[in-house]
Write a protein that binds this ligand. Structure first.
Ligand code: ATP
Length: 488
């Protein structure tokens, strides 16, 4: 990361704290590493992003329904899914600092450094070499790659590395009060398995016909080793996942469909397309047929925000084997090739999986701007503004009476009562109007309305637009509809 990028990232982190978006967890006890809390503006923004995703999945797709499964699941779930045996990352320890790194992160960090030094070609070669070695699980080769390039530990500054080992990322705990009798259970590392084990419950009760999807949002937990990038990589985080069940043989087309549809969802928020790119996986999980990441240009570089995975029938088959319960679907549609119904089969699955916290960071870092304003009198001013898409901004409208007297607060309160059932409003009387505008810019409120003495005469107000800072007079009676139109 360049110094400029680093400064920008630090500025966003400070801003997130100062304006009540994100706090470190248990801050009064010096925090808990890679765990964060969302403040008043943050929890609104997070909820709005979640709702926007949920609506796009379950309301705009007639063939996708939602569930809300528990975090705790029967421990055999994680045996069946492969997480007990395979949910691990290759790690390497520096013998001098005792610091542990995920191998791919260590090498990627080195490649980033090369890029900032202008050695793009070398960075690309190293990443390609790394991908090839990871695909073969060639740990000796990876260690050699680290040593040959003299990749150093950031803490000790040495190249004194251990061999590479696997480290399981699941948190375990005990169910019940008597530890001896209790089983070890896991905090779910992904929400997807709650969907798979409920596949038939949902299909039957909601009378779904293939192709159909099941969506879920909720907490997931991973004992991440490298956890120092704010809310990019957390130990407790939230996922928004959708498993789409399809007839075997059609998964390739559905994979293409969801790969495109998910990128379009991101772009529907009005974010610059050049900040997005796909990264097709070379190393596929043992069950995967195709997989890609949607990457975004965060202040820490291009990184994954969402994964699209063609998971074959792996998960449902595994649950059928471990639970000894049939996970089949009866497809009554006629197969033109045979003239008979497709009959019973275990569906194939295409998954879309996005981290809510990572999407939050995407929105925040894309929105954050430090701007210089050229004033009419030739002087300059500055502001920090969050250009958050109107639809998901924490507050949609700030209602600001110019003074605390002369009946202006009463008019403002009336407008507040008219608008607040429809969208989130913020009311404030304190301080000069310019200062109030700046505070709203800093939390990304798209519209401010000022009630002044003229309002009493002609029922007009000044509306100020966050992005352009333009102000115009409109009828008080038009405010609600103007905002509604922009935020729907
Ligand atoms: P990464 O390579 O960054 O660790 P992953 O490939 O393990 O991610 P998936 O298992 O595909 O991630 O999870 C789907 C999504 O969940 C990711 O695209 C990301 O947005 C989010 N996610 C995964 N791990 C974390 C984490 N530790 N903190 C925050 N979000 C996460």
């Amino acid at each position: 990361m360049s110094t400029q990028q680093d400064n920008n990232f630090q500025a966003i982190i400070s801003h997130a704290k100062e304006y009540g978006f994100v706090f470190q967890s248990s801050e009064i006890y010096d925090g808990l590493s890679a765990v964060y809390d969302y403040g008043p503006n943050g929890s609104e923004l997070k909820k709005n992003i979640r709702d926007y995703w949920w609506k796009s999945m379950t309301q705009l797709h007639e063939n996708i329904v939602g569930i809300d499964a528990a975090i705790f699941m029967h421990p055999t779930t994680w045996k069946a899914s492969g997480h007990v045996d395979n949910f691990s990352d290759p790690m390497i320890d520096n013998k001098d600092s005792k610091k542990r790194y995920r191998v791919d992160h260590l090498i990627e960090g080195f490649a980033d450094e090369l890029e900032t030094k202008g050695e793009e070609q070398k960075a690309r070669e190293i990443l390609q070499h790394m991908d090839a070695l990871l695909a073969k699980d060639d740990y000796a080769g990876l260690k050699k790659l680290i040593e040959d390039n003299k990749i150093k530990c950031a803490v000790s500054g040495t190249c004194n590395w251990t061999d590479i080992r696997q480290f399981n990322l699941m948190f375990d705990t005990k169910l019940g009060s008597v530890t001896d009798e209790a089983d070890t259970i896991y905090l779910r590392p992904e929400t997807a398995q709650g969907i798979f084990v409920n596949f038939l419950n949902v299909q039957k009760t909601a009378r779904m016909k293939i192709p159909f999807g099941i969506a879920q949002t909720g907490k997931a937990f991973r004992n991440e080793i490298v956890a120092r990038q704010f809310i990019f990589r957390m130990r407790e985080f939230e996922q928004m996942e959708m498993q789409f069940f399809v007839r075997p043989g059609t998964e390739g087309d559905w994979y293409k469909y969801w790969k495109e549809a998910r990128l379009q969802w991101h772009l529907s928020l009005g974010i610059d397309p050049s900040k997005y790119r796909y990264h097709d996986h070379i190393k596929l999980a043992h069950y995967a047929k195709e997989a890609c990441d949607i990457e975004f240009e965060f202040p820490i570089g291009f990184k994954e925000v969402e994964g699209i995975h063609s998971r074959s029938d792996f998960d449902l088959t595994q649950h059928q084997v471990y639970s000894k319960k049939k996970m089949q679907y009866f497809d009554a549609d006629i197969d033109e090739a045979t003239g008979k119904p497709y009959g019973n089969y275990i569906p194939y699955v295409v998954e879309t999986s996005i981290g809510l916290d990572r999407m939050f960071l995407l929105i925040l870092s894309n929105a954050y701007h430090e701007e210089t304003i050229n004033k009419e009198d030739g002087t300059t001013d500055s502001r920090v503004v969050l250009h958050i898409p109107e639809k998901i901004a924490p507050n949609k409208l700030a209602i600001l009476p110019l003074t605390k007297k002369d009946g202006l607060p009463e008019i403002a309160r009336e407008l507040m009562n008219e608008c607040k059932p429809y969208f989130k409003c913020f009311y404030e009387e304190k301080d000069a109007i310019g200062k109030r505008y700046r505070r709203q810019d800093a939390i990304g409120t798209p519209f401010c309305v000022t009630i002044d003495h003229q309002t009493k005469e002609d029922n007009t107000v000044t509306i100020r637009y966050r992005d352009s800072m333009l102000q115009e007079r409109i009828l008080l009676s038009k405010v609600k509809d103007l905002v509604l139109e922009a935020v729907m």
